[in-house]
Write a protein that binds this ligand. Sequence first.
Ligand code: COI
Length: 356
Amino acid sequence: MLDAAIETTKAGRTRLTEALLDNPGFGHIFSDHMLVMDYADGAWKTPRIVPFGDMPISPALCTLHYGQAIFEGLKAFHAKDGINVFRPGAYHARMNRSGARLCIPAVDHDVFIAGLTALLRLDAEWVPKRHGYSLYIRPFIFAADNYLGVKVSETYRFMVITSPVGAYYKEGINPVRLMTSGEFVRAVRGGLGEAKTPANYAASILAAEEAKKKGFTQVLWLDGVERRYVEEAGTMNVFFLMGEELVTPALTGSVLAGITRDSVITLAKDWGVNISERRLSIDEVIEASAKGALREVFGTGTAAVISPVGEIQHGDRRIVINNGKIGLLSKRMYDHITGMQYGDEPDRFGWCYRVS
Ligand code: COI
């Protein structure tokens, strides 16, 4: 499907000003247009682009009550000679995997890409030009039936909104501080943990608030059964460089399959780094730290990119990593991934999709 096929209603005049892109923060500002597509009678209907704006909803909208919804987050970058979207095919595939878990009908790959392309071409001026900034793209699907019984919805709405963003954390590329939660868990195997669905984020906010009150950036989640094995951190997957081994928790069903996580694993293999996806207990991390073998810890995420971790608190144990400074591998990953996104590094894996 070509973007010419996407029915478009343009906004009267743009809301864009230079000042808006100067210091956008994360997720407060929205571009002029959005993509909308409805599902009914067993099929997705024609997608359309309309001006960004509020939409009426019924108080009986089943998503408000039972949360049958999924979302994605990917980014567009201002490269030297055009606009790059990073790995849209991988995000589309994950969206449909999350959809399968939440009984939400799949969106066709070509429709997803054509919709994104048309939307980004129309709002191209909203992609910030400065390094470290990008246009965050938020596709999401929610159940659209107005009904109070718990059942699979028969209607859905797919939308894509976009938002110019800077760093997700106030720390930027400086190390964040994480703490484990003695009380709460995020997900268990067989639950929703590997789906990108609002419920996982709802499950995390109380513990995250408590962590913030204590001066930490996010929670380092341990598994929900034995409460020993590291899973992920707030809105990121996590990597630990211990001796010569780079370890990240295996995808066991309760961990989100991060696209940045996958990019890091691919690059690590390419660079000859000894990378393992395996179970990693917090005791092993503490032991490695005590032996001086814990060299670096970093989080990965679309919003967070590569976020070095300078400190982990587990109960009354405090682990300081690399003297609270960004490590060499974390920096190399950050530089390389952002370099590819801005078109400064060769795109050896075909990860950048050029929209203009
Ligand atoms: C992302 O990294 O894109 C996420 O989805 C995290 C988000 C909740 C801000």
